[in-house]
Each structure stands twice: as structure tokens, then as C-alpha cells.
Write a protein that binds this ligand. Sequence first.
Ligand code: ATP
Length: 595
Amino acid sequence: MNVYKKLSWFFKREWKLYVGGVIALVLVALMELIPPQIIGRVIDYITESTLTMNTLSILLVILIVAGLLTYIFRYFWRVFIFGAAYRLGKTLREMLFKKYSDMSTLFFQKRRTGDLMAHATNDINAVQGTAGAGILTIADSLITGGAVLVTMALTVSPKLTLIAMIPLPIMVVLTSYYGRLLNKGFRKAQAAFSSLNDKTSESIAGVKVIKTFGYEKADEEDFVELSEDVVDKNLKVSRIDALFDPTIMAVIGVSYFLSIFYGAQMVVADDITLGQLVTFTTYLGMMVWPMLALGWFFNLVQRGSASYERIEEIMNTKNNIGEDYLTEERPRGDIKFDIKSFTFPEEEEVGLRDVKFTIAEGTTVGIVGRTGSGKSALVRLLLREFDTLYANDIVYGDYPIRDYRIDKLREQFGYVPQDHFLFSTSIRDNIAFVNPEVDDEVVFNATRLAYVHEDIERFTEGYDTVVGERGVSLSGGQKQRISIARALVADPEVLILDDSLSAVDAETEEAILNNLKATRERKTNIITAHRMSAVAHADLIIVMESGTVSEMGTHDELMVSKGWYHDTFKAQSLRSALESNLDEIVERGDVDGTE
Ligand SMILES: Nc1ncnc2c1ncn2[C@@H]1O[C@H](COP(=O)(O)OP(=O)(O)OP(=O)(O)O)[C@@H](O)[C@H]1O
């Protein structure tokens, strides 16, 4: 029942619909009381030989009117109560989606996609069931059941009514016990469904890897195993489900037995007429639905509670990004990194330590270093992906980054992440993502800067080409350059390219960097890269090594100091010179490629 208390905010909001629905249910219950009365009267008139054509016609007209009104009121309770439940589903889905949108990347790192999707679908459906069919079943069972009981007592015999109701408490005890069992089983079934959901989405996303490794069969077996688990858990729920109806029918059977046993004796003793006994048993037949509804109610409540608890768990998860801020100002100015130590969430080892450097406003800073040295971690800290896990601070302009409103801070950046992502929509919409209303010229300008305009023009559908799941596959380099164009459209104060030139050849890289140099002269640029050529032109180069800064300076300074940067730059230059020489030799035909 707790779930209703938790949903009280919704019932308060939609009370009019629920009151309307319950009134319609009461009216249906009242209308349904009429036919048994008429049947009893007709039987008694027949046994007393007093039935006239006139009386019969009046009784039939009453029956028809009652039937019509029942039809109308049934329609209204459905619209009111189920309508309210759909609104609950919509509200919960929106709340959940907002929560997902507000959460940091860490949240998504820890949760499985399928699980998050299952919350938004299956769990919400179960809660919706509690607010719709749940309310219906309890209201109907109380109203119809109550009305039938009172009528039985008032129009036939209170004593016989009491006798017929003797088995009722047994039913209430048993069905609420089944309900508790069902809660546990249903939670497990929902969790199994989440895993299956997750497996499906991962297999679809990773279909290329699965196929190239010839892993289809093993993947299918994994899927079948999870699918069997879902069936197994749901079968357990069904076994509990299956206990409800037979228990209720058995209780009603006992009630019938008691009513006929004692009712017949009362007819013989002239305490009630035969017509009254028939009316009584007809009413008892009408108790079948309210009792089944009561059983269903316990069932729905437990399903709804299990699912609501799962949703609540997500809603109560705290965002690890602090939401307090000190200033409404937009960040402007130099960016000063002063990180004493930073540890990744749930890690023990320090990820970054003693990182101290300044990115002057309007300059270009390159960050290089071996793989895993902490280049992306620096960028992610600047974007406030991890908020509270480091000592000292990153100061942007006048305030530490944590003192700005997060949306204002992030608006300053145009970020091209390492694992770039394109939406399943047109290339144009992908590029104009931050501002769909932007002029085509702005989009073209960005794609020219990112050196991808001509590639896009070559597609039959040009900028309207749909990418991803529902459209063409783009090359890694094309995706990267479209992602760069997307970041450039907003002409951000700070452009961050996190290893974003890795999939383009050296010439394209040079062209893009020249474009950026020419157009972003007064803006800040942060470029992380593996190719030293991508940062050689930067005003400041930071070399990272095992989470700390090992070298820092301009290209010329670093070449003089002859450290890792110098060695890597030399080695990479030599390799590219050799490669281009080799290309020239092959082109001239001096080398027979086959031998
Ligand atoms: N969320 C995380 N939790 C724990 N460790 C992490 C997390 N993200 C990154 N790391 C670890 O931190 C280290 C630095 O990672 P980072 O991505 O910053 O390296 P990088 O220099 O950008 O590497 P690459 O050039 O390969 O992209 C790596 O050892 C990585 O495994």
C-alpha cells in the first residue's frame, strides 16, 4: 500500500479525474443492483400468480434503462481512471528522462543502458497499472462488493449475509500473503528483463565486432541464456499469480455452499421467500468480480511497488556534480590548472598529481604524452565530469570552475571527444546540433574549416544524408571532421579537440590546423594529440607522463631541452619523411610493388 502513499502527490494533482472515476463506478454499482431485484420479484409474482403484462413491461423498461446507464457510466470511469494513469506514466517518464539528462557521465558509466531503458518502459508500465487498474480494482471491489453486501443484508437477510461472508477473511489473508511473495518475484523478473534489454542493445551496438570475430553463435547463446532467465523468473511470478484466482473461487464456492445450505433452511422455515433466495444467490454471483478484483488489487500493488522502488532508486541517486554556484557570471579569461591530486571515482591510486599550468585566454595549448598519461582526464576535469574528487582547483577567469553555473561553464566550450558520437539524423542536423536554426552558411563555414565540406557534397543527398543506424556509414575520419564542424558552429570561446585528428591523414590534419589558426586567432584552443605535428604550432605544449606534467614549453623550447617531446617529434618526423619518400619512389615506378 506504501506505493499509494508515495504516489499521493500525483493523486492530489489529478484528484478530479479520480473522483469523477469513482463516482461513475458507484453509479455502475448501483445500476447493477437492479437486475437481481427484478429477477426475484418476477419469480415471486409468478409463484404468487400475480404477474401481469403491465408489471412485466414496467420491470423490463427499468432493466433496459439500468443497462443503458451502466453502459454510459462504465465508459466514463474507464476514461477518467485509465486516463489519469496514462498521465502518471507520462509524468514519470518525463521525470526519469530529466534525471537521466541531468546526471553526470559517471552515472552512465556505472549503469547499464538496458537497465535504464527498462526503468523507462516496463517499470513505468507497472506503476501505471497501480494507478489505473489498481485504483479500479480496489474501488470496484469496495463499491460493488459493499453495495451488493448491503443490499443482500437489507433486502434478503442480514443473518444469511453474515454466514455467506464467513470465508472472506481467509481470502484477504491469503491474497495479501501471495502479494508479498509476488513483490520479491516481480523485482527479480524486472531485473532479469533489464539484463536482457542490456544484452540486446549491446549486441546491436557491437554487431560489427561480433561479426568480425565470428562470435554470432556464442552471442546468440548468451542471449538465449538471458532470455531463459527472464522466462524462468516470470514463470515463478506466474506460479504465484496462478494462486490468486483458485483461492478466490474456492472461497466463493464455500460462500455459495453456506448460503444455499442455510438459505434453503430459512425458506423452509418461511424466514425468506424462494424469490429472495434466488436474489441472494444472484447477488452472491455478483460478488465473484469484486473478490477477484481484490486479489488483483494486491497483485497490482505489489508489482507497482517493486517497480516504483526501482525507479525511486534512480531518482534518489545523487548527481556527483555539485549544483551550487557562486556566480551567475559567464566565465572569461585565463584557465589555471592547479591540481595537487585527483583520484578517479572508486579508484585507490591517484590519477593526476601536481598538475600546474596556465592556458592564457586566446592562446592554443597542446597536450601530448603516452597513451594513458592523463591527457583526457585533464580535459574531463575542466568540463566538470568529475567534480569533488580533487584537491586544489581549476580557476577559469575570476572563479574556480565549480563556482560557475554548470550550463554557463559548459557553454564556453566546443568539445570534440575522443569517442565522437553522431546522432541518427541528417549531417546538417548533426552539425547544427546546438542551434538548429543556424544559417546554412554558418554550417558550410564550419565544415569548410573542418575540411569535410567537399566529402559531404559528394554524397547523393549532400547535407541531408542521414548518418548512423538509419543511414549511411561514414568513415572514421569523416565522422571526426563532422564532430569538429559541430563544435565549430557555435564559435566557442574554448575549442577542445581531444585526440580529434587521429583518424585523418597528416595533410588533412595540417589543413584543418591552418584553418583553425587563421579563424580562431583570439580564441582559446586546447588540443590533445598523439602526433606531435598537431601541437607543434601551439603557444604552449604540456607533456603528460603518468598523470603529471613532465615537460612544458613551446615547440622550440622543448626541442632544446631534448626530452620525450624532442625524441617523439624527431621519430615521427623521420617516419613521415620516410613514408612520403617511399610513396614518391613507388609512384615513380622505381620499386616493383610485387617484388
Ligand atoms: N573513469 C575512470 N575511472 C578510472 N580510471 C580511469 C577513468 N578514466 C580514465 N582512467 C584511467 O586514467 C588514466 C588516464 O586516462 P586518460 O584517458 O586521461 O589518458 P590519455 O592520456 O587521454 O590516454 P589516450 O591517449 O590513450 O587517450 C588511464 O590509466 C585510464 O585507464
